[in-house]
Ligand binder design. Structure first.
Ligand code: BES
Ligand code: MN
Ligand code: MN
Length: 456
């Protein structure tokens, strides 16, 4: 019998850190593992499609052309595990404790991928002749911006286009509060580097006439928000669409306590920007964040220098209808205009992606008698059964930049069934998956796939 929890543990053992050039064995191991699983457990025809970066696993359950076709998306790559000393169990050795599975990738996205594999396995056991075509599209570069997936999709449009995309790579609320994610933020990222003197200088010998790059960078970075916390870049908010009334109501219906959230995060105070509540600001509003900043002496004690260089890594989270390329232009232009005298600036533009929104037919007014409509209806019903309450229809704050490309290139909308929870420690030490939610979601996925196959 197929044991999905064991399969997640085995999948987790492959340290498929896409950002790490040393992690090749982990990448190869994860590719082989998930490919074999899809072949052995689901009888799929599996192909490992090479890209300029990490390969994409494409696994197909073929069938008659008139059968509906569902594409299931996920990613086998994970974030680096550091800081290692903060893990209570080894990151690449999945451990079950009190109904939760710990390990890097258990929540993002190996566990959620397994939700749909487990669902398919059960469904095919019950109905080996299920009239449904399924393509699994499991990529290895989501955590580094999915830079090579769009060209694979462009080249293979016809075979990768289905009625809709089923995926789980977003977060829900809690064990008894399942959500269907109705949108994700976009992202624009860049790195700015300032150069002062040719090399570090004695700060007493030369201090006075020389502009310190760290001081210049601090001034530049400080200029990017105003006193109230709004992003201080001309034009940044021009295209922002405020949340719909139903979205604000849905958010309020959650009735979460900001104090619990504050404690979960371990911050002394929450500081949402004007115009948004605590929970609203993490999905309905745009942001500009400093992801890393550096320059000068980082060792112990003091070292009296004027450093030669300083850098900051910056990313913006975007909401409809901000355009990631336009925002990147605005940020770069603003940085260049505000570059303090006495230093030179270099800007490196990183990956990005547009915000993404998808509404179920009952909220968008689209016809419901399509495969997508049936899928959303089945999801709603199955969530009520499995979780004992109606799903929450909410946007989330993270980004899966490839979704807007999938919509543009393959014409598919996504049904995002959330699996990870608020306290899942995604991208951070002690990442974990709630096994009750896993089991419930795999039952929901099973119902979705069956409803689409039956056209009911
Ligand atoms: N699964 C996350 C995205 C996510 C997180 C959606 C939380 C909803 C709630 C995904 O793996 C991720 O981390 N994406 C990156 C994209 C970036 C590397 C371009 C992100 O959001 O930072
Ligand atoms: Mn993910
Ligand atoms: Mn991630």
């Amino acid at each position: 019998m197929f044991d999905p929890i064991k399969a997640i543990i085995d999948f987790t053992a492959h340290a498929s850190v896409s950002a790490d050039p040393e992690a090749k064995p982990g990448i190869e191991g994860a590719v082989k593992f998930v490919g074999n699983l899809l072949e052995k457990e689901l009888g799929c025809t599996v192909e490992v499609a090479p890209t300029a970066g990490h390969p994409v696993v494409i696994a197909k359950r073929e069938g008659r052309p008139e059968w509906p076709h569902v594409v299931i998306y996920g990613h086998y790559d994970v974030q680096p595990a550091d800081p290692l000393e903060e893990w209570h169990t080894p990151p690449f050795e999945g451990v079950v404790k009190d109904g939760e599975l710990f390990g890097r990738g258990t929540a993002d996205d190996k566990g959620p991928v397994m939700v749909h594999i487990a669902a398919m396995a059960r469904l095919l056991e019950r109905r080996p002749d299920l009239p449904l075509r399924v393509t699994f599209l499991i990529e290895g570069e989501e955590e580094i911006g999915s830079v090579n997936l769009a060209s694979v999709m462009e080249a293979r449009k016809a075979e990768l286009s289905g009625e809709f995309l089923l995926m789980s790579d977003t977060t829900g609320i809690g064990r008894d509060d399942e959500s269907i994610t109705t949108g994700l933020r976009g992202i624009s990222a860049l790195e700015v580097r300032l150069r002062g003197p040719r090399q570090d200088l004695h700060s007493g010998f030369h201090g006075g006439p020389v502009m310190n790059p760290v001081r210049a960078l601090a001034k530049l970075c400080a200029s990017l928000h105003d006193e109230d916390g709004r992003v201080n870049i001309p034009g940044f908010y021009d295209e922002v669409v405020p949340p719909q009334d139903w979205e604000r109501e849905e958010m309020a219906r959650l009735d979460r306590d900001p104090e619990d959230y504050r404690k979960l995060l371990g911050v002394p105070e929450l500081c949402p920007p004007p115009d948004f509540g605590v929970f609203e600001s993490r999905c309905f509003g745009p942001t500009l964040e400093f992801n890393g900043i550096g320059g000068g002496y980082q060792g112990s004690g003091s070292k009296t220098i004027i450093p030669a260089r300083a850098f900051a890594k910056i990313s913006c989270r975007l909401v409809p209808n901000q355009d990631s390329a336009r925002i990147l232009d605005l940020v770069e232009q603003t940085l260049r205009e505000r570059c303090p005298k006495g230093v030179t600036m270099e800007v490196e533009r990183h990956h990005g992606g547009d915000p993404y929104v998808v509404l179920p037919p009952h909220l968008s007014g689209e016809p419901a008698d399509t495969a997508k409509g049936r899928a959303f209806r089945a999801a709603d019903l199955a969530i009520r059964e499995q979780f004992g309450s109606a799903p929450h229809y909410l946007r989330e704050g993270g980004s899966v930049p490839i979704l807007s490309d999938i919509k543009r290139i393959l014409g598919m909308d996504a049904l995002m069934l959330s699996v990870a929870l608020q306290d899942c420690n995604m991208h951070s030490p002690n990442e974990k998956l709630d096994l009750t939610v896993f089991e419930r979601c795999s039952r929901v996925s099973e119902k979705i796939l069956e409803a689409v196959a039956d056209g009911a």
